[in-house]
Design a protein around this ligand. Structure first.
Ligand SMILES: *[C@@H]1O[C@H](CO)[C@@H](O)[C@H](O)[C@H]1NC(C)=O
Ligand SMILES: *[C@@H]1O[C@H](CO)[C@@H](O)[C@H](O)[C@H]1NC(C)=O
Ligand SMILES: *[C@@H]1O[C@H](CO)[C@@H](O)[C@H](O)[C@H]1NC(C)=O
Ligand SMILES: *[C@@H]1O[C@H](CO)[C@@H](O)[C@H](O)[C@H]1NC(C)=O
Ligand SMILES: *[C@@H]1O[C@H](CO)[C@@H](O)[C@H](O)[C@H]1NC(C)=O
Ligand SMILES: *[C@@H]1O[C@H](CO)[C@@H](O)[C@H](O)[C@H]1NC(C)=O
Ligand SMILES: *[C@@H]1O[C@H](CO)[C@@H](O)[C@H](O)[C@H]1NC(C)=O
Ligand SMILES: *[C@@H]1O[C@H](CO)[C@@H](O)[C@H](O)[C@H]1NC(C)=O
Ligand SMILES: *[C@@H]1O[C@H](CO)[C@@H](O)[C@H](O)[C@H]1NC(C)=O
Length: 870
């Protein structure tokens, strides 16, 4: 095995030089930060080695400070099997700590945020097969990895078989940082392993922040005001790109040993722009953006749109990074103006889109002043494990800016932990063997992530220090001179320009779209007026057109509020407002057309085939997600006030969208005021009894109504059945009493008989019951509901899979919340308000048979925070 190393190193070196990839540029601010804790452990090694200027301490040495703690003392150390085709040949990947039972490393570190980097080389080790590693890693109360397969991950990401994962987490005062490795229970061969561990301090406010004002903080895409990222969140680094530039190895970071990749493999727009560079610019860091934020080299190269204005305007400069779904992502964009022609803030103004949604407008900074902008975006998808997160920059048209152009210098993307302190996603599906080939070639081509760079760092270090190769090194850089300069700070003025997101339609356009409000086009009727189906854009785009009654109570003020509010609310699970029309007499709102009508249509209208159970669950999850988004809106909680199955619409892909915010109220902001007092509105049968009694509206009133929706979905019975026996009139009461008496199966929709697993049914009823708690304070948040429903879905799917494959999927329910739900009295009042706020579709497209995938979210991946961030 040892004899393999030199040729392999040489091979990589040659490939890499041919491709001219790893240019390490040593800037002036290298080592600008000195971490208080800088610990590197070479797991499974009985010696310590100095690599990259850092002492990797063997955990197997006698009396090592970092020997793991184990209950069973059964872990072993090993070298990677020599039959392994691509042994990396560098510390810490040569040796590993492995065990079929739990082991933990203990680090006595100072309080504050830390990087935790875990290094893995999935390989055959004596008595441990490469494919059998399945384990969880926990640290400081966070789940970093769960049932993680290092081999599946490596194969999927085409890495050179070894890789590292970087996490950021905060260690409290007097807290000991324990990192615990636990093999996945239930499989006898499963084992946990690790090759290397780094724990490195970071500056308090590098990524975490506590300040919120209108200019600082993290802008959550789709929400109006910024949030903070507080230290209750952990992060996992997904990508860190030196845009327009070259690899930056850990040793050339600002002291935190981060790796910065070249961005070219992530540029996905048709045009990739051009790469300006300024090697003489004096970088002027500031208090807000100190010199350790990123290496100088990040700020002195960039990618811009090109030299032709027409081209600049015709595309968005776009980067895409594949990420796991069902998490929030933290996206940091680094900018620095250094081009000679840019002088004034209005010289280069451009828009940022994240995940295809408008995020911000960027004005240029003062010359040579590094700045960054932080965003967060939720990527929710109940069907897919992974998706591409896109960041796009688009030029503003002539007139608003001197150069229709955009610039980006650096890009960092992190996954944000869920409220249950989890960062773990699902393993990727196994990669077909063919695509596993030619790893080294891929390395040379540079497609892979941070993993290579650790290797390169060691490699370069070896070259530098051992001078194995006679062509090597003048000490800092082989690649020629680089600018070096740092001066002191300057305030930067990047500001947001307001952008009108909402389109204006002329009355003539609306008349043309609806054949002058022809009755034939009416698809819904509500207290406010009629809803028409129409086509705009020359017939290309179907829309739903809500024409407010001229005598409608919804006055101009409400009309305007709705437009302002809705145009700020963009979410996959909310019906989008496309535009509006305001005439002397008409007030018209134009929405996305929902081809499959309302959820109610699919529960009660016998023209539609009955929806299968999993699809119902997914629709509930989508709607819950939409409501959660309303409730967690930045400045205000938005309370829907009229949650019901006729207000949950379905598009052609069966994606649930919450609609009709006609009654919505902006809720309280501060904790001191937890409700808004208001005349009772809503729909009988769905009405929160607490709200009804006290006229105190809170977001929990929506949770109550949603509980009724859940039982409707389960039973396909309307919220109120007037002709039914007394005790069955109110679905909420009837369903609760059936649940309590254990007779719930009797009220389940007969179409679903036999298709709901008992575990799933229990969980589902438990969630619905908790939503119907008499006291609002005892009801879950919509976030909890999203979480719980996903868990129910997972229970359904895993039980089905188990039955199918006899696979031992172990699932357990950790949530033992008791439900002492009291009975609900909707006492007296009839039909408190309009009965149909939604609109129906023409039915021609309706069909409920759709191929379902089994890729369902893990319980761990689906929840997100209603609190601070996100
Ligand atoms: C970074 O900034 C700090 C404080 O402003 C300063 O003390 C330090 O010398 C700078 N380091 C480098 C490498 O520029
Ligand atoms: C150190 O480990 C190597 C193999 O990893 C082994 O050959 C050697 O005997 C060990 N030395 C001690 C002192 O345990
Ligand atoms: C961490 O490990 C130490 C030593 O085993 C133990 O005393 C301590 O309770 C652990 N702390 C946590 C938070 O698990
Ligand atoms: C780099 O920036 C400096 C200072 O603003 C400027 O004088 C110089 O012309 C710039 N060089 C290039 C290539 O843009
Ligand atoms: C840029 O992206 C946004 C969001 O996806 C899109 O609305 C806009 O049309 C795009 N611009 C161009 C020129 O393609
Ligand atoms: C992300 O984009 C890449 C290339 O554009 C594509 O190969 C990959 O399949 C995409 N991933 C997902 C999950 O859509
Ligand atoms: C288009 O972008 C290029 C390069 O980034 C910039 O130099 C140029 O001025 C832009 N063109 C116009 C006419 O604005
Ligand atoms: C662990 O992951 C593997 C591969 O993704 C999967 O087949 C298995 O069911 C998972 N086990 C558990 C307990 O989640
Ligand atoms: C750096 O910024 C400060 C504060 O804005 C300013 O006073 C100083 O002149 C700048 N230095 C250079 C070299 O531009």
């Amino acid at each position: 095995m040892k004899s393999m190393k030199p040729p392999l190193l040489l091979f990589i070196f040659i490939s890499v030089s041919l491709e001219a990839l790893p240019v390490s540029v040593t800037g002036n601010n290298v080592g600008a930060y000195h971490p208080t804790d800088d610990i590197t452990v070479d797991c499974g090694s009985n010696t310590s080695s100095l690599v990259g200027g850092r002492n990797w301490i063997g955990d197997a040495a006698d009396r090592s400070d970092y020997s793991p703690i184990e209950k069973t003392h059964s872990s072993t150390t090993a070298e990677a099997s020599s039959s392994s085709p691509s042994i990396p040949g560098a510390v810490p990947y040569l040796t590993a700590r492995l065990s079929r039972s739990e082991f933990a490393y203990t680090f006595y570190v100072t309080a504050g945020p830390k990087f935790v980097r875990l290094h893995f080389f999935p390989s055959d080790y004596p008595n441990f097969r490469r494919v059998d590693s399945f384990f969880s890693v926990e640290a400081a109360g966070y789940t970093l990895l769960r049932n993680f397969s290092a081999s599946l991950f490596a194969d999927y990401t085409h890495s050179v078989r070894f890789f590292s994962k970087e996490f950021c987490l905060s260690v409290g005062e007097d807290q000991i940082l324990n990192i615990t490795f636990t093999p996945t229970p239930g499989t006898s061969d499963a084992y946990a392993f690790v090759n290397g561990i780094e724990v490195v301090s970071m500056p308090e406010s590098l990524y975490y922040n506590t300040v919120v004002d209108s200019t600082e903080g993290i802008k959550v895409v789709g929400l109006p005001s910024p949030r903070t990222l507080d230290t209750t969140k952990a992060l996992e680094a997904v990508r860190r790109l030196n845009v327009g530039g070259q690899f930056v190895v850990p040793a050339d970071d600002t002291g935190m040993y981060r790796t910065w990749e070249a961005d070219e493999d992530y540029v996905t727009s048709s045009d990739i722009g051009i790469l300006p560079v300024n090697t003489t610019i004096q970088l002027n860091y500031s208090e807000q953006v100190p010199n350790y934020t990123a290496p100088d080299v990040v700020y002195t190269v960039a990618r811009t749109m090109g030299t032709d204005k027409r081209i600049n305007l015709s595309y968005n400069l776009t980067w895409s990074v594949e990420v796991e779904t069902n998490f929030y992502y933290f996206v940091r964009l680094h900018f620095c103006e250094f081009q000679i022609e840019i002088n004034d803030p209005l010289d280069r103004v451009f828009r940022v889109f994240i995940d295809l949604q408008y995020a911000d407008v960027i004005k240029c900074s003062r010359k040579g002043v590094p700045v960054y902008r932080d965003f967060a975006v939720a990527l929710y998808d109940s069907q897919k494990k992974r998706t591409n997160l896109s960041v796009a920059l688009g030029a503003l048209p002539d007139g608003s800016t001197l150069y229709s152009d955009a610039i980006l210098n650096g890009l960092e993307i992190f996954k944000i932990s869920n409220p249950d302190r989890n960062l773990a996603g699902l393993n990727p599906d196994p990669t077909p063997p063919a695509s596993k080939a030619a790893k080294i070639a891929i390395v040379a081509g540079g497609t892979l992530g941070c993993t290579v760079f650790f290797f390169l760092a060691f490699f370069l270090h070896r070259r530098k220090n051992r001078a194995k190769d006679s062509t090597s090194s003048d000490g800092t850089s082989w690649w020629g001179p680089v600018s070096r300069s740092t001066t002191k700070s300057m305030k930067t003025q990047w500001s947001s320009l307001p952008l009108d997101l909402c389109r204006y339609f002329s009355l003539a356009e609306i008349r043309a779209a609806t054949n002058n409000f022809d009755k034939v086009f009416i698809i819904g009727v509500g207290g406010f007026g009629n809803v028409y189906k129409g086509y705009v854009d020359g017939g290309a785009t179907p829309v739903a057109i809500k024409r407010l009654n001229q005598g409608s109570q919804q006055g101009l003020h409400e009309f305007r509020t709705e437009i302002e509010m809705l145009s700020q609310l963009r979410h996959l699970h909310l019906v989008s407002l496309i535009g509006f029309c305001k005439d002397a007499r008409e007030m018209i709102l134009v929405y996305d057309y929902m081809a499959r009508g309302t959820l109610s249509d699919h529960l009660y209208n016998t023209d539609n085939p009955p929806l299968p159970w999993k699809q119902r669950l997914e629709i509930c999850i989508g709607a819950a997600w939409g409501l959660h988004y309303l409730h967690s809106s930045a400045k205000h909680t938005i309370i829907h006030r009229d949650v019901k199955t006729t207000n949950i619409l379905l598009n052609e892909k069966w994606v649930a969208k919450v609609s009709d915010f006609g009654l919505s109220k902006v809720g309280p902001t501060s904790e001191s005021k937890t409700h808004v007092s208001t005349a009772v509105k809503g729909t009988f049968g769905y009405l929160d009894p607490e709200y009804y009694r006290h006229q105190r509206l809170t977001d929990k009133s929506d949770v109550y109504s949603f509980g009724v929706v859940l039982f409707e979905v389960l039973c396909a019975r309307p919220a109120v059945s007037r002709m039914a026996p007394m005790e069955q009139i109110s679905l909420a009461e009837w369903a609760q009493s059936c649940c309590k008496s254990g007779a719930v199966e009797e009220i389940v929709d007969p179409h679903l008989k036999g298709s709901i697993t008992p575990e799933c049914l229990n969980k589902f009823c438990e969630i619905a019951m908790s939503c119907l708690q008499d006291k609002g304070a005892n009801r879950p948040s919509m976030n909890d509901v999203v979480w719980g429903l996903n868990f129910a879905l997972q229970l359904q799917v895993s039980t089905e899979l188990e039955a199918m494959d006899h696979v031992g999927v172990s699932v357990h329910d950790s949530d033992d919340s008791d439900h002492d739900a009291a009975s609900i009295r909707g006492s007296g009042s009839d039909e408190a308000s309009n009965t149909s706020g939604g609109w129906k579709s023409s039915r021609e497209t309706a069909t409920s048979t759709r191929a379902r995938s089994n890729d369902v979210c893990d319980e761990s991946t689906t929840s997100y925070d209603a609190g601070k961030l996100p």
